[in-house]
Design a protein around this ligand. Structure first.
Ligand SMILES: [Zn+2]
Length: 139
């Protein structure tokens, strides 16, 4: 794979040092890919990254690409000068992810609403997954 810009040194990132098991997640995010840990024993995905599957206890979960699709499980509107939405999104792969719903009127967010992952650059320089309302594609 050919990089279009210098890759970030994740081994120097304080978060990656503190949580080395998350480094593949941040590396993939730079390429626009949302990864999830998946257990090699029970086959289920979980979040956050861990050294063991929190659902069955098996060691060494593997990374897999996620669909980036999910639905709003719960949410809260932070009533600041610029209101924003903090939400748990239930990913199609199963896990709940604490995130933000962006690029929409905060008052329009609803539980059960379909959302799609996007990446936003954090002040610390990482690309963090956030979610935007998805057009309804349920058949
Ligand atoms: Zn498991």
């Amino acid at each position: 794979m050919q990089a279009t810009e210098p890759s970030r040194d994740w081994h120097a990132d304080p978060y990656a040092i503190e949580y080395p098991e998350s480094a593949p997640f941040w590396e993939a995010a730079e390429a626009g890919t949302l990864l999830l840990p998946q257990c090699t024993q029970c086959g289920r995905c979980h979040w956050h990254p861990r050294a063991f599957c929190p659902l069955c206890g098996a060691a060494d979960p593997q990374w897999r690409s996620a669909s980036g699709q999910g639905e709003v499980f719960s949410y809260s509107i932070a009533r600041t000068e610029e209101p924003y939405v903090v939400a748990y999104v239930k990913l199609n792969e199963g896990p709940l992810m604490l995130t933000n719903i962006v690029d929409c009127d905060p008052g329009s967010v609803r539980i059960g609403q379909s959302v799609t992952a996007r990446f936003r650059r954090t002040p610390q320089g990482r690309l963090l997954p956030v979610f935007v309302p998805a057009p309804c594609v349920k058949a």
